[in-house]
Design a protein around this ligand. Structure first.
Ligand code: UDP
Ligand code: MG
Length: 339
């Protein structure tokens, strides 16, 4: 292993007072051999509990053992935005986004670093081989998501069962930073630059404490965000569906005309008429709905609002930001720097 490298662990936290301390203790214990090369960067995603205060005291109490810093956002922007903030602000040879609840086993980072250095790959991602800690429904829906995503997205493929837990080299990070969209579906954006990558298998454990912030409605919208920002097929498919229905309708029309000419007018036909009207009505509403999904997201992009607002930075994060108002690559940093 090269002796001179610097890896930043990016840890978004939202109301995680129950888990932050255990996270730091576990990192110190499991990664003791490489602690000098590490930095923990928490991104407080607008927590309402004692999370920020706890991290603050950890920064002080851990001085000399492990480098910890805190990027505080001005409100809850969501995990993707929190990760974007860290990616924009951190200078490191590689970063590892990970959850604070220890569902991403820290000891795997040793393996990540080994593969990154010895095999010279730019992204080393964790692949969940055994998802027995997830519910059956979660496994089926997430499996379905990866299949649908990779079918619809023609160029960018995301590895199945890989979360955000991965080691990403600085050149991939620099590319991700440069992507201009406000919808930061990180799994897709991390895959977009390409370069070389390799998967490392692991078993995903249960949450160390606290509760998951996800529910199925959020996951559904997250999946739509991902698919819509990487594929326009759902938008374009309607002309083909319309064409196919139109062709069938034309044949049916010929049949009705001939039938009327030969056997004369026969008035009943309520049932078939109703079926056609209802079916076409549904098809039209669905297609308008799909338009709406794209249009809504396009209007978000057009507004071009900052992806996040950083309101404080604590600890010894090396950035070149001054006090006052700074524009970062994808967001804003508004505050005096307070160390
Ligand atoms: N998280 C965040 N902002 C949010 C929701 C979650 O920063 O709006 C963080 C959370 O604190 C945790 C990570 O994202 O560190 C993963 O969240 P969670 O464990 O709830 O998700 P799951 O593992 O169930 O997918
Ligand atoms: Mg979790």
């Amino acid at each position: 292993m090269s002796s001179n490298y610097h890896v930043a662990l990016v840890v978004p936290v939202f109301n995680e007072e129950e888990t932050v301390e255990l996270f730091v203790t576990t990192i110190k214990e499991k990664l003791a051999s490489i602690l000098d090369h590490l930095e923990i960067v928490f991104v407080d995603d607008g927590s309402k509990d004692k999370t920020a205060a706890l991290i603050d005291s950890l920064i002080k109490s851990e001085e000399g053992t492990v480098k910890i810093s805190l990027i505080g956002l001005s409100r809850n922007f969501g995990k993707e935005a929190a990760m974007s903030a860290a990616i924009d602000l951190i200078e490191a040879d590689a970063i590892v986004p990970m959850d604070v609840d220890l569902q991403d086993p820290p000891e795997l980072i040793l393996e990540f670093i080994k593969v990154w250095q010895e095999q010279k790959v730019d992204t080393v991602y964790g692949v969940r081989v055994d998802r027995s800690t997830d519910t059956g429904v979660k496994r089926v829906t997430s499996g379905g998501f990866y299949r649908v995503f990779n079918r619809l997205s023609s160029k960018v493929k995301i590895p199945e069962n890989a979360g955000d837990f991965r080691l990403i080299d600085k050149k991939v990070i620099a590319t991700v930073r440069a992507l201009p969209e406000s919808n930061r579906f990180m799994k897709g954006l991390f895959a977009w630059p390409g370069f070389t990558s390799k998967g490392v298998a692991y078993k995903r454990p249960e949450r160390s404490a606290g509760k998951t912030k996800w529910n199925y409605w959020k996951l559904w919208n997250f999946a739509l965000d991902g698919i819509i920002s990487f594929s326009s097929l759902p938008l374009r498919v309607w002309s083909y569906i319309g064409g196919a229905i139109g062709f069938i309708a034309f044949l049916y029309m010929l049949y009705i005309i001939l039938d009327t000419l030969i056997t004369g007018v026969d008035a009943p036909g309520y049932a078939s008429l109703m079926c056609v009207v209802l079916f076409l009505g549904a098809v039209q509403l669905i297609s308008i709905g799909v338009l709406g999904e794209y249009l809504g997201r396009m209007s978000e992009e057009v507004k071009h609002r900052p992806v996040y607002v950083v309101s404080k930075i604590k600890g010894n994060l090396s950035t070149n930001l001054q006090g006052g108002i700074n524009k970062t690559t994808n967001g804003l940093y508004v505050n005096e720097r307070q160390d």
